[in-house]
Ligand binder design. Structure first.
Ligand SMILES: Nc1nc2c(ncn2[C@@H]2O[C@H](COP(=O)(O)OP(=O)(O)OP(=O)(O)O)[C@@H](O)[C@H]2O)c(=O)[nH]1
Ligand SMILES: [Mg+2]
Length: 456
């Protein structure tokens, strides 16, 4: 683990100049080439024939080495440290053509820049202290958001709401640590800087706030990652029909023949902004058909990877021996909803029922009756509860929050032993600060920024 460098140090350090096309490939009204580095005034002069006034849009011709004009457009110049990366940044807004943008980029490379790696602009913003790690992650989450809910929560994280909640917890921990350390450092003093009831009270308040942050982050993680939902059951019970009904599309082939689906069919549907990655599988039965056998093996593989199993049965027959055999084989951690399909044929009304076998939903996938009940149940199983102020989060954040929670619990049990108490508080603080990236390994940074697009 290495601490983030002090921005004051990195500003004075020589950094190489990076450049990239920041707009997506293809034809567009505008194409932007972005450059970041130290002292870009010379690059601007060579390229645009002038040093643009900082933070002012102006017209310019972008020129090749021989003085010929490559493109004309707008130039924006941000002087360090008032820029996205914290370095000098030049943005060349030209025409959105593949070739012309490439020519502008090549000119920048000729003038000493090198091609930026994926996420390198944002990585520099992080290393220069412009944003923290949780905010940097929110940048890519905002770009990749598939729903309005995910985009809104990513913006919240990007604007620092998640980080502010973490920083306020870190401050509370610091304050508590100061008091404990004071007791440790001045044992002869008469004053007790942290009487036990005060320590207990402060610790309880921190734990309560941590629980709130955890809840919000958990909702954010659901918006980010969603759930893997696998539909399984005997052949012909209507699994593919259910996938089609949930996705509102004719994705999987439906026929009255048992054994229609061979390969797993994937589809992502969003319910209240939560992505559900739904997988339709080959019906589970004993078979001599070589292709179907492979399909059934794949079904089991999907079941092992899933978060939720929709066990489909025909409502006319209900859970039978075949389904019990399936249930006996599924991993214990897997959440399960029994879906009694073909309610129309069974003469049943759609309903939710909770019994010895867990929750069962009666519906008719073909007519769509009762699908709403299943959607709500899926959100309930996911632990989704619509809340204000959700910020986007990922498993990494939840893991850090869980570790913090464990150290706080350990601190509580050591409350009478000042040294151990202090140590657990220190560990809690360390775990928590991984979220904003106060301490982070290069591997982690590589993994986070490697998922970005070039030019961001
Ligand atoms: N009446 C009625 N028929 C349904 C319903 N759901 C599915 N079916 C019919 O049941 C037959 C089998 O449906 P599929 O969706 O292909 O079943 P499956 O479970 O995917 O079957 P395999 O892929 O062979 O395992 C089709 O003729 C569907 O139209 C329903 O709710 N009501
Ligand atoms: Mg099928």
């Amino acid at each position: 683990m290495t601490p983030r460098p002090d921005p004051a140090d990195s500003a004075s350090k020589r950094v190489d100049t990076i450049a990239a096309i920041a707009t997506p490939p293809g034809r567009g009204g505008v194409g932007i080439v972005r450059v970041s580095g130290n002292n870009l005034a010379a690059v601007a002069r060579a390229l645009c024939g002038k040093e643009p006034a900082p933070r002012r849009a102006s017209n310019a011709d972008f020129r090749a080495a021989d003085g010929s004009v490559i493109d004309s457009g707008l130039v924006l110049y941000f002087k360090a440290p008032a820029s996205y990366t914290g370095e000098d940044v030049l943005e060349l807004h030209g025409h959105g053509g593949t070739v012309v943008q490439r020519l502008v980029l090549e000119r920048c490379l000729e003038l000493g820049a090198r091609l930026a790696q994926a996420g390198e602009f944002t990585r520099r913003a992080y290393l220069n202290g412009k944003i923290d790690l949780a905010q940097a992650e929110a940048v890519i989450d905002l770009i990749e958001a598939q729903t309005a809910a995910a985009a809104r929560s990513a913006v919240r994280s990007l604007r620092g709401e998640f980080s502010a909640a973490i920083n306020s917890l870190l401050e509370a921990l610091t304050e508590l640590r100061l008091l404990v350390e004071a007791n440790l450092d001045f044992p002869e003093e008469d004053v007790d800087f942290l009487p036990r009831p005060a320590a207990e009270g402060k610790l309880a308040r921190i734990a309560e706030r941590l629980a709130q942050v955890f809840d919000s982050a958990q909702q954010g993680q659901l918006l980010h990652d969603g759930l893997q939902v696998v539909i399984a059951g005997q052949p012909n019970v209507g699994k593919s029909t259910l996938l089609n009904a949930l996705s509102g599309d004719e994705l999987a082939i439906v026929t009255p023949l048992a054994g229609t689906t061979r390969d797993a069919v994937h589809s992502t549907v969003h319910i209240e902004g939560v992505p559900l990655h739904i997988i339709d599988t080959a019906g589970l039965r004993e078979t001599e058909d070589a292709i179907e056998k492979i399909g059934i093996e794949r079904t089991w593989r999907e079941i092992e990877r899933a978060d939720v199993l929709l066990l489909l049965v025909d409502a006319r027959s209900g859970l039978g021996q075949a389904e019990r055999e399936i249930v006996a084989r599924i991993p214990e951690r897997l959440a399960r909803i029994t879906v009694c399909n073909k309610a129309d044929l069974a003469g049943l009304r759609p309903e939710r029922h909770e019994g010895a076998d867990g929750v069962a939903i009666t519906l008719a996938a073909k007519t769509g009756e009762g699908i709403g009940l299943l959607r709500s149940e899926l959100l309930r199983v996911a632990g989704w509860h619509p809340a204000e102020g959700v910020f986007i989060a990922r498993e990494r954040h939840l893991e850090a929050l869980r570790r913090t929670r464990e150290h706080l619990a350990a601190a509580r049990s050591q409350i009478g032993r000042a040294e151990l108490f202090a140590e657990e508080l220190r560990l809690a603080q360390l775990a928590l600060s991984a979220i904003t990236g106060e301490f982070s390994s290069d591997d982690l940074l590589g993994e986070i920024f490697g998922r970005f697009c070039i030019g961001k």
